[in-house]
Structures are given as structure tokens and as C-alpha cells.
Write a protein that binds this ligand. Sequence first.
Ligand SMILES: [Zn+2]
Ligand SMILES: [Zn+2]
Length: 367
Amino acid sequence: MDLYEALGVGRDAKPAEIRRAWQRKARALHPALNPGDPVAAQHYREAAEAWEVLSDPKRRAAYDRGEREPAPVAPVPEGGFEGFDFSARVRLEKVSFREIFDASSSPRPRPEAQRGEDLEQATRVSFEESMSGAERRVHLVRHERCPACQGIGDVAYGPVPCPRCAGQGQVRGSRGHMIFARPCSDCEGSGALRHQPCPSCHGEGRTFSSEWLDVRIPPGVGEGSHVRLPGAGNVGRRGGPPGDFVLTVELEPHPVFRREGDDLHCLVPIGMIEAAMGGHVEVTTPDGPVTIEVPAGTQNGQRFRLRKRGVPRLGVDERGDLWVEVQIVIPAVTGDRARQLLRELAGEIPPSGQGEDKSEPEASSRS
Ligand SMILES: [Zn+2]
Ligand SMILES: [Zn+2]
């Protein structure tokens, strides 16, 4: 009989794989579930024998070297749940009743399993990169699954009686007035411990690794934005799920544009004459210069909105707006002719851009 074939696994199967294969076989072939079926009984016996040898690293290694042990006499429990006796032979205690019949117990996370920590780094992003997106290559030192124990944190060793239940496989519990026995959680009801903390990782199930990670920063990120890579953080303890990698954005300020959410704000200087008469003004936008038309009588501080010239909205195909605030530049008028013209002009126009309002005509003609 080939022990690997008996469990239906390859010769390079990992311990966890062998354990799962045995649990599968045991659930399917156990005599309690196949009363009076000699073929199932025979297969169960073979699978149990294979599990016994292959679950023990020393015996497995010996088997792989071709050393054969004398055939053990593995008893097969008789059918029926009443006669279900795991204590008859140590070899049959390797998998507890609960492990065989409770499908949810295989493979289930260990009680000590913990989610891995998130790993965080920060990166500076220029204004242009925040508009177009960017790439960063970051160096990570992270916890990786321990290769020695496949992240389980335990390695198999010879069975010793479970100290918690004194080898009984059961502990007493109470709920209200009821006292009942429940399977011992330390040994999962088997009464024996067959694992010890992995010496490579001291039972943590993880070791350090150093690696480079390429992170794509999407368009539209702002100061404090988090770019999250799920699962790229530390691997969990003892088989727990991994944490995330989080890259925090530090946005470099821009000399022209001020950002507010997805909108941008900027100042545009315009001449006194253009403001008074209206005209075309060139405005810098993230997409290059754009000419806008300002109406006659444009006031200092007046704002114009350029739709969809702002920052891309994260994750959607939209953009915020660009708000252009007019800053009227008043020149110092010193030349005689220019002063004369302005005096004449002052006589022509109302004092405060009130159109045809003639209520205070004298105010504008004073010189
Ligand atoms: Zn380990
Ligand atoms: Zn126990």
C-alpha cells in the first residue's frame, strides 16, 4: 500500500494538505457512517495508517527514504455512534469526533488567528501628479507567511497528553444550572497535543520579508488621501488574514492654484480699463491657457466659474470647477496727459458703476 495514495495526496503534499485529506477520508469512510461496509472499513484503516505515518515529520521522512515499518494492527471502530470509541487506540484519536463530522472545523481559523497589521507610508505628490495620477515604487519590510510552518505557527511533534483536559479530551462547562462536558479546545477533543510552536517563527506563523511594491496613485488624490492596497500589509498571525498597505498622500502646494475639494481657485490680474469696458482675459488653467470674456463693469474680487476645469473626482469620470477671482490692477498715473485724460473720463462716468444713475452727478465731476 502506498501511503500517499491511501490519502489521495501527492508526495510533495504539505502537512496542512495531508491533514485535510485525512479529515476528508475519515468523514467519508468512517465505519460509524458505513455500518457493515467492509470496503469502506478497509479504506478507512489504510487512510488512518497513512495519516499516522505522514503526519509525523520523522516517520514521513523515513517512509520517503523507503524504510518500511511493520504493518500496524489498526482497529476499526464498529458501526453506530454508540460504539464510537476513540480511546481504543491512540492512532484513532488523531482526529476527534468533532473534527471528522463538523465540516466547519476544517480548515477553520485558529482561535489565536489575528488579522495582519496595516502598513503605512507617505509620499509627496506634485500638483500635476494629483491631476494625472502617478506611480510610486515603495520598499516594504513586511511580515510574510512562515515557510517552515506554512503560517500555521505550529509544527507537529510526538503526542503528549493535553494538560488542559488531562488527556480526557473533554472539559466541564456550565450554562445556568446545567453542567455539561464539551470538547477541550486546546486539543480539539483528542486528549493529546501533537503540535508545538514553530521554532522558525516562534509560533507567530510569520517571518520578515523585504520587497518592492509598485503603487498606482489615481488622478484626483488630495492632501491626506489614502491609496489602499488590500492584502499587501503584514500577513496575519497564525493563519489570520493579511492587513493592507496604505500610502498616504502629501500634496505639494501649487504657486497658482489653491485646492478646495475638487475645485480649484486662482487669482487673475486684469487691467482697470479691461475691467471697466469688458474684454477678453487669458486665464491659466490646469489644461493650459484659456481666454474668458469679462463683462463691462467687472469688479475687484468678482469670481468666474470655469466648469470642469478643476481636479478629477476620485474614481469617477468627472471634474470639479475652476474659480477665477478677478484682481483689478490699478496703475499709478503720473504723466500729465494721462492725468488729464482720467480727469476727463471721471466727468464722463458715474461714480460707482451705477449705470445711468444721476443722483450724485457732482461727485464724479469734482477735480
Ligand atoms: Zn513558522
Ligand atoms: Zn485537551
